[in-house]
Design a binder for this molecule. Structure first.
Ligand code: C5J
Length: 220
């Protein structure tokens, strides 16, 4: 069984019960004109995750590890977007408003889709989620149970929002989570640091943290 150097202690996983989860690597978060930028964020902060994640994806695909992608977004009529979510803060453009990449965070729009560098391949499931967590109002849990997956390699954006919410949801459902530090990103460097610390603190209260190179070395 592969074992990787991780915080707070080495992480051992079985290939047959592990999946790579790629959270919300969407144009709306990583490219100008989307939801992330409308909230005042510098999208460049997230882009450093693309190259390491592309390498990890390639290794997972070569090994035959299941890969599951998620996308945060809403139905065109916004019936699955709570007004509290749409109204919060003082964005320059709200969810559903027109932007350079189409209506912001709306399913089917160009900006809502996954960036070209990390595009899912045929057969890789893409979970559309209306919330921050990937388990809320989705079929992810049933999909994992169905496939016998108990351990998740967690990647994507943003560290303190959708990655954290998903890892916490996964913990409450009994999954083991290894978060890949170089493959998760935050618009705020200090949140990146503390977000990762919070996962592995207290003996790994939410899981483990490692670099993707440690996992790739075990997969290839
Ligand atoms: C945010 C996400 N930050 N995918 N979404 O609103 O983390």
């Amino acid at each position: 069984m592969p074992t990787v150097d991780a915080r707070p202690h080495p992480y051992t996983f079985e290939l047959s019960t592990t999946a790579l989860l790629v959270i919300d690597m969407q144009r709306d978060f990583l490219e100008p004109g989307g939801f992330g930028e409308s909230l005042g964020n510098d999208v460049a902060q997230l882009r450093r995750t693309i190259a390491p994640l592309a390498a990890l994806l390639a290794a997972a695909r070569e090994t035959g590890l299941p890969v599951i992608h998620t996308r945060e977004g809403h139905l065109p009529d916004l019936s699955d977007c709570p007004p509290a979510k749409r109204d919060r803060g003082a964005p320059s453009a709200r969810i559903g408003d027109p932007g350079p990449n189409g209506r912001i965070l709306i399913r089917g729009e160009y900006g809502h889709d996954i960036i070209d560098d990390l595009a899912p391949t045929d057969g890789e499931p893409v979970i559309d989620k209306p919330g921050k967590g990937a388990f809320y109002a989705t079929g992810l849990d049933a999909m994992l149970v169905d496939r016998g997956i108990t351990s998740l390699l967690v990647t994507g954006v943003t560290t303190e929002v959708c990655v954290h919410t998903t890892v916490r949801e996964a913990n409450d459902r009994g999954y083991e989570c290894l978060v890949l530090a170089d493959c998760v990103g935050s618009y705020f460097p200090e949140f990146q640091q503390v977000g990762l610390d919070m996962i592995s603190a207290q003996g790994g209260i939410f899981g483990w943290v490692a670099d993707s190179t440690a996992v790739i070395a075990e997969l290839t």
